[in-house]
Design a protein around this ligand. Structure first.
Ligand code: SF4
Ligand code: SF4
Length: 100
């Protein structure tokens, strides 16, 4: 089975990453930490560097990008559109990074 198909099945029913475009600086940290990878920086009218864009079909919901985004520009969204908050571990890592 192809990797992309496996990831789509894994992502079904769980929260996946979504970018708040208006808060994204295009710094690219999320691109660096995504293990799939399924985030890219795309041209955007929001700033000069572009903004992050998630390929939702490939996102495994691992949460790394949401933890490591310094600007809180990535949220994890459940299939019903509700937000999945960071767990205790995620909050601690964010604090260690100096983001919170
Ligand atoms: S880490 Fe955050 S601010 Fe930087 S490109 Fe990704 S979403 Fe945008
Ligand atoms: S949640 Fe994980 S797999 Fe999905 S975009 Fe973020 S880092 Fe990549």
């Amino acid at each position: 089975m192809e990797e992309a198909v496996v990831n789509v099945k894994k992502a079904a029913g769980r929260a996946v990453a979504a970018v708040r475009q208006e808060q994204c600086t295009g710094c690219g940290i999320c691109v660096s930490v995504c293990p799939v990878p399924c985030i890219e920086i795309v041209d955007s009218g929001m700033n000069f560097t572009g903004t992050a864009s998630v390929i939702k079909e490939l996102c495994t919901g691992c949460n790394f990008c949401a933890i490591d985004c310094p600007w809180e520009a990535i949220v994890m969204l459940h299939p019903d559109g509700s937000e999945k908050r960071l767990d205790r571990y995620g909050k601690q890592v964010k604090k260690l990074r100096g983001y919170a």
